[in-house]
Design a binder for this molecule. Structure first.
Ligand SMILES: [Zn+2]
Length: 196
């Protein structure tokens, strides 16, 4: 992507330039999950808008002027959307995988102190479903995003290299079995937000 397509019109040019450096580094990390060159396409634009950060469409992300590190999550949507997991019941794991990726990117690239968001995922990874839900302020959100992300983070031992290995192992498992694998693998039903 050319810099002109990255957050054009952003109110703070120094911050925009800073975000761009993170974007390039993290997009490169996402590419490592594509497997082969033919599965990879660069993101073609990051646009500035109102409202929460979202993955708008293939190759396109929308962030707001106060955007936080949700950008890392949105970058991975493009990778997940082009992966074999983007069908059947596995497709519902997109948010959890994007959050797990964001966790790994925050851990690798952001300076201390850790963000509140990071601390939450990190903490969840040590807790049971019941413990998390007992204090959840937004059960549906935690069931869809942060709790299942913490299951992935735990399986990967909070380690980026292990997360990547896990990703490709799960791709192989899906191919071998010829069916959805993520609910069963993580012991979690993403469709109803409860452990199996
Ligand atoms: Zn998302």
């Amino acid at each position: 992507m050319d810099y002109t397509n990255f957050l054009a019109g952003y109110p703070n040019e120094a911050r925009r330039a800073g975000l761009w450096k993170y974007f390039l580094a993290v997009e490169h990390e996402a590419k490592m999950f594509a497997g082969t060159e033919k599965n990879w396409k660069p993101i073609n634009s990051v646009v500035l808008g109102q409202g929460i950060p979202i993955y708008v469409s293939t190759g396109r992300i929308r962030l707001n002027a106060n955007t936080d590190w949700a950008m890392f999550h949105e970058i991975f949507h493009d990778t997940f959307g082009r992966s074999p997991f983007n069908s059947g019941t596995d497709k519902a794991w997109a948010e959890a995988f994007c959050d797990a990726f964001r966790y790994m990117m925050e851990k690798k690239y952001l300076p201390d102190p850790r963000t509140k968001w990071f601390a939450k995922v990190d903490h969840f990874a040590d807790e049971t479903y019941e413990q998390v839900m007992a204090k959840s302020g937004d059960k549906h959100f935690d069931q869809t995003y942060v709790y299942p992300a913490s299951l992935i983070v735990r399986k990967a031992n909070r380690d980026l290299a292990q997360f990547r290995v896990l990703w490709f192992e799960l791709e192989r498992l899906r191919e071998t079995k010829g069916t959805d694998v993520l609910n069963a693998y993580f012991g979690y039903n993403m469709q109803n937000g409860r452990p199996l």
